[in-house]
Design a protein around this ligand. Sequence first.
Ligand code: AMP
Ligand code: MG
Length: 416
Amino acid sequence: MTDVCAAPSLMPLEHAIPQLLDFITPLSDTQSIPLAQAANRVLSDDVISPLDIPLHDNSAMDGYALVLQGDTFSAGTELAVVAKVLAGHPVSQTIHLGECARIMTGGDIPSGCNAVIMQEQVEVLEGDRIRLTADVTRGQNIRPMGQDIAKGQIILAKGKRLNPADIGVLASMGLAHVSVVAKLKVAILSTGDELIPAGQALKTGQLYESNTPTLHSVLARLNVEVINFGIVADDEAQLMDVFSQADNQADVVITSGGVSVGEADYTKKVLETLGQLQFWKLAMKPGKPFAFGQLKNSYFIGLPGNPVSALVTLHQLGLPMLRKLSGEPVQEKKRLAAITTENLRKSVGRSDFQRGVYSVNEQGQIEVKSTGPQGSGLLTSMSQANCYIVLEQERGHVSAGETVSIELFDGVLGYF
Ligand code: AMP
Ligand code: MG
């Protein structure tokens, strides 16, 4: 049954995203790059560990490595200290029952030893002897060989976008280079006669352009190569020319503005001439008009011009496309339940991505409040927010105290 309130021609986001993704074939070019340049790049192959880490059993503590015959040694046991092991300076000497080795954190466990007692649990006696002041059990304070990484294991899977810890894992396996998917080239531009770049004097009727700087900084966080065409006037011939140049140079062309049905909205016409385009009216707010498709050489994404709509649609629809194109598996966005502390205005028929600020209250529950007015031109609502408040298509006004879904800003939109 069709709900009379929901406009049937609007496409829900849950349908739009899979359709977009179906359309995309990931890039196939790969390159080997130094580890120092690999942060945020996407692995083109599984990485298999060439060695065990740790390479040998080693000590997790500064203390004494001991030889237990059974499973424990009791407090009070006395032992002779017969060797000293520092990290990077293993000893070949075998330690026997009744003996022990002084050992520092990271030192290789000498042969014969099967536990380490921390130095705080030992009394140092005359004549290189110690007395244990606590019980010790077999294996205690030993970091076993291969505990972190086993030789031959797939340690990072193809498609993984490398985070700082991944870079560390690669380095710990001794890998100086890594094979990644080629860097995506993304052309960006804004359309509109009224737009001028920051730094120039503003005339009547003009406004400072903010979408290309915003897009640029989002794309920088994904480590793609950005080709910035800046501002293009609402002029069919100029648009045709710049879109063609962008198509020649990039894997993806992302524009903002001109995708509505106004008199100066040429994007549709130009793109239908140059390529194959789909125009959608999405059942989401902000961000109703959205275009995507293919030019001769590149994929195309046409974002709405309103700055909040542009950023939200780039984040919700554009980024999954770019991730798939870069060979990443695209994951569904994770949402959490939160209690709204304020009434939220909402009309039935579109999903809202309202901007919110979440926090955790004294009871440990997640609460969320609105950033205030939610107009699609109010970019400060995005800059103040740390999450979206996602209100379902069929939901109406929400009262304070009700539970809502929130989507935390990820590393692309969020804070450092
Ligand atoms: P459009 O989608 O071209 O109809 O633009 C919708 C609204 O967004 C208009 O008020 C434009 O002035 C504004 N707008 C479009 N592009 C930008 C931009 N790059 N930066 C700031 N505002 C923009
Ligand atoms: Mg416009």
